[in-house]
Ligand binder design. Structure first.
Ligand SMILES: *Cc1c(COP(=O)(O)O)cnc(C)c1O
Length: 358
């Protein structure tokens, strides 16, 4: 079976963990500081603040930019629940706008239609590693005086017109969960150009303290450990090579697959293929996935239920693009360690199942 995802942990990661263990200093320290410094090269030297998960990064960035009770934040419903949960946990309200179904990101026209006097921010998600239309969204945010926040959890090193994600907004969040394009075990990073947002983030992750026992605000303990940072630093050195391999794998699959809609890349986009997601249009998607599994090809559905319909939200909204995507998407294996033979197997399995008319 070719699994849907495969985290890549090598001897260098193991050696890095061992180095930290031997140092005897495990909590946030020099490795975290170095990881932040090195990650900032991906975001044009912006401030980077490492935390213990992508979810913490999103939640804390809401608080750090001043989003709270009475505010609305426009988010897609076609994402991982953490996107909208971060808004709710900050005491604000997630307002769901529809997506376009080429790149599965917020539709700028739908965003504009969802703006109310309470809207404080727009939070696009760079789903599957394809950036949202940041040019259009930035223009809307500026015109309406709104904050722009990026959920870049799936999009390390993606870009719009060559300008990296994580540099377009007031605050952006990356995730280092094991199946993401790079991992630290668990972890997250907030990037921002604002000295003040960076300072708030550093306070929030550490009990509200800059000076020990002089707590200035109510804070969390959402620090990253030096063990996790050491893993992340090694993975960061491999990211560019892995991204190139993901892109090459995607190019091969898109040339080889027939009978399903392969993922288009916008002319302005650098797509880093966190997922390679086809749309299954004239078959039942779940049957299609079972038929692939019977041929040794794992796949995944991200995400089968739009966030607004999850029991936690329980909303009845009309979001046709979102519903269509949730019923059609299927993500195929795309990770950098796929062999040529495995890529051939994936493409021919998809073509066989598509032809069979399951
Ligand atoms: C993974 C992910 C998150 C959450 O990141 P964690 O590190 O798992 O907490 C948030 N948003 C999106 C779109 C994600 O894919």
């Amino acid at each position: 079976m070719i699994p849907a995802a495969r985290p890549l942990i090598g001897d260098e990661e193991r050696a890095a963990v061992d180095r930290v263990m031997r140092s005897g200093m495990l909590a946030q320290g020099p490795e975290v500081a170095a990881f932040e410094q090195e990650f900032s090269a991906l975001v044009d030297g912006r401030h980077c603040i490492a935390v213990n998960s992508g979810t913490s990064a999103l939640h804390m960035s809401m608080l750090a930019v001043g989003i709270g009770a009475g505010d609305e934040v426009i988010v897609p419903s076609f994402s991982f629940a953490a996107t909208a949960n971060a808004v709710q946990l900050a005491g604000a309200t997630a307002v769901f706008a529809d997506i376009e179904t080429d790149y599965f990101s917020l539709d700028p026209a739908a965003v504009e239609a969802a703006i109310t006097p309470r809207t404080k921010a727009i939070m696009p998600v760079h789903l599957y590693g394809h950036p949202a239309d940041l040019v259009a969204l930035e223009e809307i945010a500026k015109r309406h005086g709104l904050l722009l926040i990026e959920d870049a959890a799936q999009a390390h090193a993606a870009a719009v017109n060559g300008k990296p994600v994580g540099t377009w907004s007031d605050a952006a969040s990356f995730s280092f969960y094991p199946t993401k394009n790079m991992t630290s075990g668990e972890g997250g990073m907030v990037t921002t150009a604002s000295d003040e947002v960076a300072r708030q983030m550093r306070l929030l992750r550490n009990q509200g303290m800059e000076k020990r026992y002089a707590n200035e605000i109510f804070g969390f303990n959402t620090r990253m450990t030096d063990i996790h940072a050491a893993i992340g630093r090694v993975q960061l050195t491999k990211l560019a090579g892995w991204t190139a391999k993901r892109q090459a794998n995607a190019a091969f699959l898109s040339e080889s697959i027939e009978g399903a809609i392969t993922p288009p890349i916008a002319p302005w986009a650098t797509h880093v293929f966190h997922q390679y997601t086809i749309r299954v249009v004239d078959h039942d998607r779940d049957r299609f996935a079972e038929e692939l599994a019977a041929r040794g090809v794992g796949s995944g559905v991200y995400y089968p239920t739009p966030i607004h319909r999850l029991p936690s939200f329980g909303l009845d909204l009309e979001l046709p693009g979102t519903e269509l995507a949730a019923s059609q998407v299927l993500s195929l294996p795309i990770y950098p360690t796929l062999s040529d033979a495995e890529l051939e197997t994936i493409a021919s399995a998809v073509n066989e199942v598509a032809k069979a008319g399951s």
